[in-house]
Design a protein around this ligand. Structure first.
Ligand code: PAF
Length: 287
């Protein structure tokens, strides 16, 4: 049996704990999450423990990053289970604020990152990245960690956060951690829990399509043709719709016509039960 993880629920208690560690010269890593923790999150904790002396995980289902017709109310909330997993993983502190703590009466500020927030999920989920940028800024200012870790599965989110941290001079190292996958390639995600058995069998095709496009690009294939074929494969395999399937510059997220710099293939596609996203890096071929 592992010990229990300590839980704090307000900014004042969080700051007391962080100050105590900092006064001892200990480094602190923050891992922002929305809970329903899976192996991908636990990989973030393990990486945090390698890089820092103390690891804080925040669990907060952030209402401002969900659109009016999205899954905010049914998003899984399982704090006791999450706390057990975090204790087992060696996390030092769970920060689980209430909505009132994060957004007190009269809250009126939004962080909006232009450019990298546009297109891809930014187009399909209007306002989503404003919600993410605002809550992550708050979490970083509340905790003031030395570093913050995020999963690469949400590549556009990671890119938005990197931009925002540079632009706002927030003194934190942003660390991206590779996606953890099921044995059949499906990226671990809290939303996989929404899939029926039949949908779960279709879902790994997303990653197969990304790999096919990566291979095609390495062989000099045309970006538009490969994405078109990939979309057809997804629709032909049972996906209901494809929000996007694009090749972008890995860091700037500019659209790419050819593989002349490090690139990221990004996809979002829908099954009845869930909207799934994934992405894969591909390096330019050196002559
Ligand atoms: O990736 C997530 O779980 C969320 O978008 C984050 C970064 C915790 C902000 O609410």
């Amino acid at each position: 049996m592992s010990d229990m993880v300590d839980i704090v629920r307000n900014v004042a208690d969080l700051r007391t704990r962080i100050r105590y560690w900092r006064d001892q010269g200990l480094s602190v890593a923050l891992i922002p999450t929305m809970g329903a923790l899976h192996d991908g999150h636990l990989r973030l904790v393990a990486t945090g423990l390698e890089l820092a002396d103390r690891v804080v995980v925040s669990v907060f289902v952030n209402p401002t990053q969900f659109g009016p017709h999205e899954d905010f109310s049914r998003y899984p909330r399982q704090e006791a289970e999450d706390a057990d997993k975090l204790a087992g993983a060696g996390c030092h502190l769970l920060y689980a604020p209430t909505v009132e703590e994060m957004y007190p009466l009269g809250f009126a500020t939004t962080i909006h990152v232009v450019g990298v927030s546009e297109g891809l999920c930014g187009d399909v989920r209007p306002g989503h990245f404003d919600g993410v940028a605002t809550v992550v800024t708050k979490l970083l200012l509340q905790c003031q960690p030395h570093m913050a870790l995020f999963g690469e599965k949400d590549w556009q989110q990671l890119t938005v956060i990197r931009r925002m941290v540079i632009d706002l001079d927030i003194a934190v190292d942003v660390i991206g951690v590779p996606t953890v996958r099921e044995a059949d390639g499906l990226a671990k995600s809290s939303r996989n829990a929404y899939l029926s058995e039949a949908e779960r069998a279709i879902a790994p095709i997303l990653y197969k399509v990304l790999n096919t496009i990566a291979e095609g690009l390495r062989q000099g294939g045309d970006v538009a043709d490969l994405c078109q074929e990939g979309t057809e494969t997804l629709l032909g395999s049972g996906f209901k719709s494809v929000d996007y399937l694009e090749v972008r510059a890995a860091n700037s997220l500019h659209k790419l016509g050819q593989l002349d710099q490090p690139a990221r293939i990004l996809v979002a596609a829908r099954l009845d039960g869930a909207r799934l996203i994934d992405n894969l890096g591909v390096e330019p071929i050196r002559a």
